[in-house]
Design a protein around this ligand. Structure first.
Ligand code: EPZ
Length: 421
């Protein structure tokens, strides 16, 4: 089993480049099925989730070439419309392929994505939206089977601004006859990036970034290349790492406004934040203090995907910070592990109360999910002594060379093998 071995107490200083956004690349890889040509993604991060998406596209009949951060996807011939369980279970967000496969093939069979460590991950909003476009969908135990002999655009209102449901609806709508208007759409930057990609292919999509997205259906064969937006969650993670260690770090190749909620929270803790064109610098030399309650909410609110990392920064801040996790049911599993390092955290349902302590001590801890795992690394960087963070496979889903970037900033962290699975 791979672990990260960390000797804490080092102050992070220096500059780090942020890689392309996982949550932009994955829907764009699904959308490449609607190109019926070749899509080249230039800054595609080397992540296990990207590897899982490549396996799915290959299974469907696409030809893929990958060279470092450059991935070329030729979707001129798609030969299947099913995604089996063994491919679906590798990546929970595989459900994002449903809309594109249904739109391209007129039918789709995927296995239900199931839950994950964040709690149940229902897809009811995806299904009701695709049904509203004319899809006949049956859900029987392990499979979601869809037929869409003839789909027409229409007006769809999402009960919740679900990122994945917005993306699936956009992709299916692009293949429907007529116009589709999606109300209460998610406003995340990754939705805007998906619109940008579809527009480059020749589709008519507008409104991304607002609660109302409009898609004009078309049949298009095109090729294009694309640089996806930087990963705002990875960017915020590096800034939080500097905050944890009292460091001075500049991150480059970012879009500062995409991580405004996170930088506002870090500034509220007493960190000095300065923004340049495509860069953000944090100086966390001052003693950190607790901040006002943190409520996670859809973009542009505070991102649920940064809640664990900000919690790590609060472990050694003066005072008590209250977190309210409004997006996922079970997103405090990292808190139990942080307590093994000496953290003072009380959780009850969606609320967590974090009171800063004078010192954290290294200990073995276990990652249970992607962002919780990254947060445990950040907490271990703060702790005195050696920590071992297991479950590195979770972290590899969303961070390209996480330990290499942290080492370049002065952290004492290495990847090691230990017995056991
Ligand atoms: C996307 O997941 C991201 N993943 C998640 O990032 C992120 O946490 C989430 O959006 C929220 O911002 C990708 O983009 C690949 P949702 P998604 O649909 O689309 C409920 C990471 O760490 N819901 O916006 O699955 C759902 O249970 C990952 O990179 C329904 O009830 O999120 C959750 O409580 C983790 N029914 C809430 O909505 C549905 O049909 C938000 O889910 C769909 C969702």
């Amino acid at each position: 089993m791979e672990i990260f071995r960390i000797s804490g107490g080092k102050t992070l200083c220096g500059t780090a480049r942020v890689h392309g956004a996982k949550n932009s690349v994955l829907p764009i890889m699904a959308a490449s099925l609607l190109a019926r040509g070749t899509t080249v993604i230039e800054n595609c991060p080397r992540l296990s989730d990207v590897g899982a998406a490549i396996k799915i596209l290959t299974h469907l009949g696409c030809k893929i070439e990958r060279d470092g951060e450059r991935v070329a996807i030729n979707s001129s011939s798609v030969t299947r419309c099913d995604i089996p369980h063994e491919l679906m279970r590798e990546m929970r967000s595989s459900v994002i392929f449903l809309g594109a496969v249904l739109g391209r093939c007129g039918e789709a069979v995927i296995s239900t994505p199931g839950g994950c460590e964040l709690g149940p991950r229902p897809v009811d909003l995806h299904i009701s939206a695709l049904r509203a476009l004319g899809a006949e969908i049956t859900v029987d135990g392990g499979n979601i089977s869809c037929r869409a002999p003839k789909m027409r655009g229409g007006r769809i209102t999402l009960e919740f601004p679900s990122v994945g449901a917005t993306e699936n609806t956009m992709l299916c709508a692009a293949c429907c006859q007529g116009e589709t208007v999606i109300s209460n759409a998610a406003r995340e930057p990754e939705i805007w990036d998906l619109q940008r990609y579809l527009t480059r292919l020749g589709y008519s999509v507008s409104g991304a970034g607002t609660p109302c997205v409009t898609v004009e259906g078309a049949s298009i064969s095109a090729s294009t290349d694309m640089r996806v937006i930087p990963d705002r969650i990875v960017a915020a993670t590096y800034l939080a790492a500097a905050a944890c260690t009292g460091g001075d770090v500049e991150i480059t190749d970012v879009i500062p406004r995409h991580l405004a909620a996170a930088t506002d929270a870090l500034a509220g803790m007493g960190c000095r934040i300065s923004e340049g064109r495509g860069s953000v610098r944090i100086n966390a030399a001052e003693k950190k203090r607790a901040i006002r309650p943190v409520y996670t909410s859809p973009y542009p609110g505070f991102p649920t995907d940064v809640q664990p990392q900000l919690m790590a920064a609060c472990l050694s801040a003066e005072g008590t910070t209250v977190f309210v996790e409004n997006i996922f049911e079970n997103r405090y599993r990292h808190a139990e592990e942080m307590k093994r390092l000496g953290a003072d955290i009380k959780t009850h349902g969606r609320v967590a109360m974090v009171t800063g302590v004078r010192r954290l001590r290294g200990a073995p801890v276990t990652s249970t999910d992607l962002r919780g795992g990254a947060a445990l690394v950040l907490a271990a960087l703060t702790a005195e002594g050696v920590s071992e963070v297991s479950g590195v496979r979770h972290i590899d889903r969303g961070y390209d060379d996480f330990e290499g970037v942290l080492r370049s900033l002065g952290a004492d962290v290495g990847r090691a093998e230990t017995p056991g699975n």
